[in-house]
Design a protein around this ligand. Structure first.
Ligand code: PAF
Length: 287
């Protein structure tokens, strides 16, 4: 569904690049950008509220970027709720909502290949070939269109956040990247637009993912990395609705997999779990 340009009280909803630029040319002050793919939830709301608290102008993009989907079926079934998104963004205090079509973002085919180095080769980079290149294409394009001072991304997609920090330093964007904490349901499930695709049984099972990560983090260094990995995979897989695609313990900065504990190394556990055809992603810090 296409939502034509409109102005809701103070908030402007626009579809085209020149409309965003025009709307921004009428403003003064720091610009905060929150890039999203829509189907917004309280996790996105927390990003918009943080941008609202820190910037004069808050721009939110709502665009399901085809170039970051390596599976056409996944792109097709990705949830789209534009009317509800606009309501949420109005409440959260956005100033400009940019809801482009594919031809607005990519007037020509985007053949750029980004080199994000080894952080793009592991976990999601290995599981979804081309995914991070697509993220690089769309985020750099949004940065060029909006020229924000700050841009806000959630830590649920921790690897994506690392890639975007690399995009900014390696490709010369003068933008502060703000990483924001994971927002969870009261039962611990990390908020995700994909959660709305879960059936009832899968939704009941899904909190086991975070509960298991918390148990594993509590073991901390009292168990070997192998034992932690085995525990996470076995515990989550013991639920017939859930199937671990991968669980990796990695260095929090380099994202390199670790096989043993090293003193003073910051470590995170990263998991992807399939509930039917829905891919759920989460991560946790280990002390
Ligand atoms: O995290 C997302 O929703 C997307 O990957 C992003 C950053 C909006 C790029 O399409």
């Amino acid at each position: 569904m296409r939502i034509e340009s409109r102005c809701n009280n103070r908030m402007k909803v626009v579809n085209h690049v020149e409309q965003v630029r025009h709307a921004l040319s009428l403003t003064n002050g720091t610009i905060g950008l929150v890039p999203t793919m829509g189907a917004l939830h309280s996790g996105h709301r927390s990003l918009v509220e943080r941008a609202r608290a820190e910037c004069d102008i808050v721009v939110v993009s709502v665009f399901v970027n085809p170039t970051q989907f390596n599976d056409p079926k996944d792109l097709e079934k990705y949830p789209r709720t534009p009317e509800k998104d606009i309501e949420l963004l109005k409440e959260a205090g956005a100033d400009i909502v940019f809801m482009p079509e594919v031809e607005d973002i990519y007037p020509e085919e985007d053949n750029r290949i980004f080199d994000f180095g080894s952080i793009a080769e592991v976990m999601e980079g290995a599981a979804r070939p081309g995914h991070f290149n697509g993220v690089g294409q769309v985020v750099s394009r949004l940065f060029e269109i909006v020229s924000p001072h700050k841009a806000y991304f959630g830590e649920k997609d921790y690897q994506q956040l690392a890639i975007i920090r690399k995009l900014v330093t390696d490709y010369g964007f003068d933008i502060e990247i703000v990483g924001c904490p994971i927002i969870r349901e009261s039962d611990g499930l990390a908020l995700s637009s994909r959660n709305m695709l879960l059936n009832e049984k899968q939704r009941i099972a899904a909190p086991k993912i975070y509960a298991t990560l918390c148990q594993a983090a509590e073991f901390g260094r009292s168990k070997s990395i192998d034992e932690v990995c085995q525990f996470v995979v076995d515990t989550i897989n013991s639920d017939p609705e859930l199937d671990v695609e991968y669980f990796t313990m990695a260095d929090s900065s380099t994202l390199k997999e670790i096989v043993q504990w090293e003193k003073d190394q910051q470590v995170r556990g990263f998991v992807v779990v399939r509930a039917g055809s829905v891919r759920l992603i989460d991560n946790i810090e280990f002390d």
